[in-house]
Write a protein that binds this ligand. Structure first.
Ligand SMILES: [Zn+2]
Ligand SMILES: [Zn+2]
Length: 304
C-alpha cells in the first residue's frame, strides 16, 4: 500500500517534470509555476512517507523519531522540513525542546561552552533521553505565566515557591515574569519581602551568573533585615567570603540535606539605631543567626 503510494508520487513527479521539460518554452509563467506546485506537493508527500511508520503519526512526533534516530548527528533545517512535511517545523522543534525536554541545540542559540559549532540552520539532538525535570519545570512555568493573578512579582514568587532549593535560570524567570525587569522584581522579593533568594553574590558563590535559588520558603528575614540594598548585601557577602562569620560554614562545606543557608545580621539591631550599612552588617548561617537572636550565643569582640 505504502510502496504503491510512493510509486504513484514518484510517477507524478516524473511526469510533471517531463512535461515541464518538453513544453517549457510554450508555457506561461503561471502554467510553469502551477506545474512546479504539483511537483512540490508530491515531493512533500514523499518526504512524509520516507518512513512508513513515521508517516502514520503527526509532524511533531515524526520530527522526534527522526531526531532520536539521528542523535548526535548534525541535521539541516531543510532535512527536517522534508521529514515533517510542514513549513512550521521550527515551532515543533521548539516544543520538543521546551515541552518535552529534548536537548536540541541549534546554531541560532549556539552555546560556545559546549564546544559544538552549529550554523544557524543546523540542529543537533545531544541525548536520546529527554530531560523530564526540565519539561516539568516548563509546564509549571507556563501554568504560572498564564494563571497566576497579579504582576510579574507575584508570578516570580509563585514559580520560586514551586522550585524551592532548585537552581533557576534567568531565562526561566524572564519567561515566567513576561518581563525583562524580572531581575529587579527578584531583588525586591529578597530585600523588601525577605525571601531567602541566593545568587552568586548573596551566599551561593557556587552558582553561575544568572542563576537563582530560593533556599527556603519559610525562612523570611526579619523586617529589620530587609531594605538592605543589593549593592550592600553583595559587599557584605564578599567581605565575609560568603561564609558564616561565627562558625565558618559556607556552601563549599554543604552536604546533601544540610538545611543551612547564609543570612545577613545587624550587629547593632536596627530598632536600636543600627544602620543598613556594611559596617553594621555581618554574614551568619541561619543556625548561628537563630542562636544569636535567642541570646544563646554572643558575637565575638572582633565582630562588634
Ligand atoms: Zn539578625
Ligand atoms: Zn554559623
Amino acid at each position: 500500500m505504502r510502496d504503491n503510494l510512493v510509486e504513484i508520487l514518484v510517477g507524478e513527479v516524473e511526469s510533471s517534470l517531463q512535461r515541464y521539460n518538453q513544453s517549457y518554452n510554450g508555457m506561461t509563467w503561471r502554467e510553469k509555476v502551477l506545474l512546479l506546485v504539483n511537483v512540490v506537493g508530491s515531493i512533500k508527500k514523499l518526504g512524509v512517507n520516507s518512513n512508513p511508520l513515521a508517516a502514520r503519526v503527526g509532524a511533531r512526533e515524526r520530527l522526534r523519531l527522526y531526531l532520536v534516530e539521528h542523535v548526535n548527528i548534525k541535521l539541516t533545517a531543510t532535512e527536517l522540513q522534508v521529514v515533517s512535511g510542514i513549513s512550521e517545523y521550527g515551532r515543533r522543534i521548539r516544543e520538543l525542546r521546551v515541552e518535552d525536554g529534548y536537548k536540541i541545540l541549534t546554531g541560532a542559540s549556539n552555546d560556545p561552552e559546549s564546544g559544538i559549532i552549529l550554523s544557524p540552520s543546523e540542529y543537533l539532538l545531544i541525548s536520546k533521553e529527554p530531560d523530564l525535570e526540565a519539561a516539568r519545570r516548563w509546564r509549571i512555568a507556563n501554568r504560572i505565566r498564564r494563571e497566576t493573578q497579579g504582576g510579574s512579582k507575584a508570578k516570580l514568587l509563585a514559580y520560586l515557591l514551586e522550585n524551592v532549593g532548585q537552581i533557576i535560570t534567568s531565562e526561566e524567570l524572564a519567561y515566567v515574569a513576561k518581563s525583562s525587569e524580572f531581575g529587579r522584581r527578584v531583588r525586591e522579593l529578597r530585600t523588601e519581602e525577605g525571601y531567602a533568594i541566593a545568587t552568586k553574590f548573596t551566599g551561593r558563590p557556587d552558582l553561575s551568573m544568572g542563576e537563582y535559588v530560593l533556599e527556603n520558603a519559610e525562612r523570611l528575614s526579619q523586617p529589620h533585615e530587609r531594605k538592605i540594598t543589593f549593592a550592600v548585601q553583595k559587599q557584605v557577602y564578599e567581605r565575609a567570603n560568603s561564609s558564616c562569620q561565627m562558625c565558618g560554614w559556607s556552601r563549599v562545606k554543604w552536604k546533601k540535606n544540610d538545611p543551612r543557608i547564609l543570612e545577613i545580621h545587624h550587629v547593632l539591631e536596627h530598632v536600636c539605631g543600627g544602620a543598613n550599612t556594611s559596617e553594621n552588617l555581618i554574614v551568619l548561617c541561619n543556625r548561628c543567626h537563630d542562636e544569636i537572636h535567642a541570646g544563646r550565643l554572643e558575637l565575638p569582640e572582633q565582630l562588634l
